[in-house]
Write a protein that binds this ligand. Structure first.
Ligand code: ADP
Length: 258
């Protein structure tokens, strides 16, 4: 991923962040947050200093997927900067840790809240800040792209939702903002049966077509694994709980691309 330059909007708490990675999807429920969180912990396992910013104020997933001891964000009264909470060495900021649950707000207000949370958090020295985007490609996503120059984007989708137009929309949004798409993560691509066979319940081939038709170099497939869901619900990401699993290997593959 491209490191940030001096004029890339790295004001305040983002000043010492090297790479900001966007994890985005066009639709909800495809596993975007699961990918964002496990990617972040994989990068941490690879030796990087990492933070996660959960930019979904309507349905913040980070407080469910990661259980830090301290579940609130503190503000330094002198600097008025927000102190991220931390779990297993990864810094975390989510609207869900701001003590207000999920938001009932109109778009422009949400954009303001996200911008403020992102830029007033004291991230400190980080190699990677992984930003879990809200689903879609609207105003909120554009505001995020205008707030900070992202180094790379990961677009998450599932085989049955691998509608060309949708994935293309996401990629086009990032291209317009001069953010390279590092990879497409095709989630829930298959599962391996007890009979040794690999099943693809949602179809196959679309991922390869995306790569071909859009000239995208990298597609990483993630299997359907109940453990991934259970770990997410249990507040301990799978790559932390089972770092040698096949799924963790797939995340290593993705981690090497950003
Ligand atoms: P999104 O952020 O796109 O809304 P989530 O990451 O919240 O999606 O995932 C939606 C649900 O699907 C969660 O319960 C999650 O644990 C589950 N899930 C995501 N990816 C997988 C997978 N590969 N295998 C099994 N369950 C998954």
């Amino acid at each position: 991923a491209r490191p940030l330059g001096a004029d890339d909007g790295r004001a305040g708490g983002l000043a010492e962040v090297q790479h900001v990675i966007a994890v985005s999807s066009c639709k909800g429920g495809v596993g975007k947050s699961t990918v964002a969180v496990n990617l972040a912990y994989t990068l941490a396992q690879m030796g990087a200093r990492v933070g996660i910013f959960d930019a979904d104020v309507y349905g913040p997933s980070l407080p469910t997927m990661v259980s830090p001891e301290l579940r609130v964000l503190k503000m330094d009264p002198a600097t008025r900067m927000i102190e991220p909470t931390e779990y297993e060495g990864v810094k975390l900021v989510s609207f869900g840790f701001a003590g207000q649950g999920s938001a009932i707000m109109r778009g422009p207000m949400v954009s303001g809240v996200i911008q403020q949370l992102l830029t007033t958090a004291q991230w400190g020295v980080l190699d990677y800040l992984v930003v879990d985007f809200p689903p879609g490609t609207g105003d909120i996503q554009l505001t995020l792209c205008q707030t900070v120059q992202f180094s790379a984007a990961v677009v998450v989708t599932t085989p049955q939702k691998l509608a060309f137009v949708d994935v293309a929309k996401g990629i086009r949004m990032f291209a317009r903002m001069a953010v390279p798409c590092a990879a497409v993560a095709e989630n829930m691509a298959f599962f391996d049966g007890d009979d040794g066979r690999r099943y693809r319940p949602f179809g196959e081939g679309s991922g390869a077509r995306i790569v071909r038709d859009f000239g995208l170099p990298n597609l990483v497939q993630f299997p359907i694994v109940p453990e991934l869901s259970a770990a997410g619900d249990g507040g301990r990401p799978l790559v932390v709980a089972a770092p040698t699993s096949a799924t963790a290997q797939a995340f290593m593959e993705l981690g090497a691309l950003v």
